[in-house]
Design a protein. Structure first.
Ligand code: CUA
Length: 343
């Protein structure tokens, strides 16, 4: 792709053709009505111009005419609504076997991390023919990730996970934009998406990562650094002061107030940063807040560590280590859409 002006971006994802069809339909429909209305404006302006001898008596209000434009436009608009809903559902429902990537933007850069641990800034490598799911949270203000050739765009918010999925279909190098004004250098918050064949991607992923370690390994270190085990380690002489974290991910948790919560990313993040907000039944509100002490990347690493403690993802990460270069899909991130991004 070159940087020349182009009227329509290339279509390089599985979502692109369906988004384009709807877009072109809407454009065509608008064109039909624009021509019709503008044509009538001209026609009547000429026909009823001052001085022209024409019949100027007004027609009485006709219920049939009133009804007719409602009855004609309703199915057209419902058709657009249903079509739009279908496309929207496709865009917000990732398939089951997505490859997870975390995104933590800040003023003014995009930071990506792959499940293998490999990090990138302002460049995102992805394989083609493989659904990719981004879990995103901002370190500061609202940003918005926009990849025109994939026809996907999603706000990235501070304090809340949002997600975005796509499946690239064509190898190439594409533009990535920040689509939400986020301060002085917003317009320079541009990056590149490099879509590669699965083989090239595996080669890139296995290449020199500059010592990037898998997120769950960084998470385990943070776990130690903040001495989380003091309260969360089970099996000691006295009952642990904090709930067990093994096999916690995506499980239902009974809370002190009688309600329940699902231990997804959003819940785990909140419990690290504001531990007393959803107190687990049977425990005292002893845990200090870690707000301001751990940045969003650190929280994601801790969550990755907690996930690695669940049986299912232990199995999966073993598989992924065995088959890293065969484009395997290590993920429990994707068994369910992250909270906060439902249609
Ligand atoms: Cu980040 Cu605009």
């Amino acid at each position: 792709m070159n940087s020349e002006f182009e009227l329509f971006p290339e279509a390089a994802s599985t979502a692109a053709p369906s988004v384009d069809r709807l877009y072109i339909f809407l454009l065509g429909l608008s064109l039909v009505f624009t021509v019709l209305i503008a044509g009538l404006v001209f026609y009547f302006a000429i026909k009823y111009r001052r001085g022209n001898r024409v019949d100027r008596t007004q027609l009485p209000t006709s219920i049939r005419m009133e009804l007719s434009w409602m009855i004609i436009s309703l199915p057209i608009l419902m058709f657009i609504f249903l079509w739009g809903a279908k496309v929207a559902f496709f865009l917000v429902r990732p398939p089951a076997d997505t490859m997870p990537i975390t995104v933590v933007p800040k003023q003014w850069m995009w930071k990506f991390q792959h499940a293998s641990g490999r990090r990138e800034i302002d460049v995102l490598h992805v394989p083609i023919n493989q659904p990719v799911r981004l879990t995103m949270i901002s370190q500061d203000v609202i940003h918005s990730l926009f990849v025109p050739v994939f026809r996907v765009k999603q706000d990235v918010l501070p304090g809340r996970y949002t997600s975005l999925w796509f499946e690239a279909t064509k190898p190439g190098e594409y533009r990535l934009y920040c689509a939400e004004y986020c301060g002085t250098n917003h317009s320079r918050m541009i990056g590149r998406v490099i879509a590669q064949t699965p083989g090239d991607f595996a080669e890139w992923l296995a290449g020199d990562s500059g010592g990037d370690e898998p997120p769950e390994v960084t998470g385990a270190k943070l776990f130690e650094q903040f001495q989380c085990a003091t309260c969360h380690a089970q099996g000691g002489a006295t009952p642990a002061r904090g709930p067990a974290l093994e096999d916690l991910y995506m499980k239902e948790v009974a809370l002190a107030d009688g309600s329940t919560a699902i231990a997804d990313e959003t819940y785990l993040r909140e419990s690290i940063l504001r531990p007393t907000k959803k107190l687990v039944a049977g425990y005292q509100p002893l845990m200090p807040t870690f707000e301001g002490q751990i940045d969003e990347e650190g929280v994601l690493h801790l969550i990755a560590y907690i996930k690695s403690l669940s049986e299912e993802s232990r199995d999966e990460s073993r598989e992924s280590k065995a088959g890293e270069t065969s484009g395997s899909r290590p993920s429990t991130l994707d068994s369910r859409p992250a909270g906060g991004n439902q249609p």
